[in-house]
Write a protein that binds this ligand. Structure first.
Ligand code: TXA
Ligand code: MG
Length: 329
């Protein structure tokens, strides 16, 4: 692994985009903001750079990466889009949606990044800093979330720094992200499948498709040996504290992650309280989720108790991440 690197941190801007593009072209690793979470980018065509990326994150190499591109023409050079995939791309790109499609012949994305699959995950991010870097670089950039594998995804440059300083070349600081949970992943197979709930709600995708999205077969979920979206390991997004879901009261010493009105029994004895959205707004809750988990975890409570979040709109992604955080380790 490339440890002991001097990690440069630059504020977003024209100079930073140029520096990012040069670092990527030289095979380096660059963290940058997208609208969902901060990503850790490498040149998608450079297998050595991608090997360094897996090592820097401590990520298993069987877990493939998302290729980020600037526009639909660049996406079509990498993946084959049928009519339905193109419809989703045109409706939601740039934005928090990733499409898994068959690779093109001569797809430039290194096999290491796709874990040897004949499909590739593609996304056009909407964040202006990500767009500027992709345009300055000119090629596809593979980018997982910019955290140590298994940690909570970063929504601030400071989160990236605390996980990856000394292991990567450059961090572009573009301030807090807007969405706060990772992109929604749809597999464009015979029937479109929701591989990962995320920052674009199922409801909005189904409205464009005019049909329900399937979920992966039940046995694929929670079974880490045969993952369908290979990164969806059961225990992931893990704070150090235990996570207890659907809390209706707070036990002494527990921290509370609240949602909506939070007058729970035991509140006064809580170690700490943060409210994802006092008004009960799911978009606001998603934007706050990972940062609040990090902040509560830093107070070292035995357990973080989490109030019930409705399973609709972005609540589906929030609950998905919370269930993974709650898996006993
Ligand atoms: O919002 C996001 O998607 C962020 C930002 C940086 O773009 N990226 C992100 O990447 O969340 P990562 O690596 O943390 O998650 C990518 C997910 C993994 O679960 C991986 O298994 C899945 O995408 N994936 C990648 N290629 C795939 C493929 N060909 N088939 C199925 N799943 C795939
Ligand atoms: Mg991740």
């Amino acid at each position: 692994m490339k440890t002991g690197l001097e990690t440069l941190i630059l504020p977003a801007g024209d100079a930073a985009a140029g520096a990012a593009a040069r670092t990527l072209a030289a095979g380096g690793l660059v963290a940058f903001p997208t609208e969902t979470v901060y990503g850790l980018g490498a040149d998608a065509a450079n297998a050595t750079a991608i090997a360094h990326l897996y090592a820097a994150k401590g990520r298993p190499a069987f877990n493939p990466l998302i290729a980020h591109v600037a526009d639909i023409a660049a996406a079509q050079a990498i993946g084959r889009f049928d009519a339905r995939a193109l419809k989703l791309a045109q409706a939601f790109w740039p934005g928090p949606l990733t499409l898994v499609v068959p690779k093109t012949d001569g797809c430039p994305v290194a096999d290491l990044a796709t874990a040897g699959l004949d499909t590739v995950a593609i996304r056009i991010p909407a964040h202006p800093v990500a767009q500027a870097i992709l345009r300055a670089f000119g090629g596809a950039v593979v980018a997982p979330s910019a955290n140590i594998s298994g940690h909570v995804s970063p929504t601030l440059a400071a989160h990236v720094e605390s996980d990856l300083a000394g292991r990567i070349d450059l961090i572009i600081d573009g301030g807090p992200v807007a969405v706060g949970v990772e992109s929604t992943i749809v597999g464009c197979f015979d029937a479109p499948i929701l591989l990962r709930p995320g920052g674009l709600s199922r409801e909005r995708i189904e409205a464009v498709l005019g049909a329900a999205l399937e979920r992966p077969p039940a046995e694929a979920e929670g079974d880490d040996s045969q993952p369908l979206a290979p990164g969806m390991l059961a225990s992931h997004y893990a704070p150090r504290a235990n996570v207890r879901l659907n809390a209706r009261e707070v036990a002494p010493g527990e921290a509370l992650l609240a949602f909506g009105p939070s007058r729970l029994p035991g509140l006064d004895a809580a170690a700490a309280v943060m409210n994802l959205s006092p008004a009960g707004d799911l978009d606001e809750a998603a934007a706050n989720l990972f940062g609040y988990l990090r902040t509560l975890d830093a107070k070292s409570p035995r357990t973080i108790a989490v109030m019930t979040i409705p399973e609709e709109e972005l609540g589906e992604a929030i609950n998905d991440r919370l269930r993974r955080a709650a898996v006993a380790r």
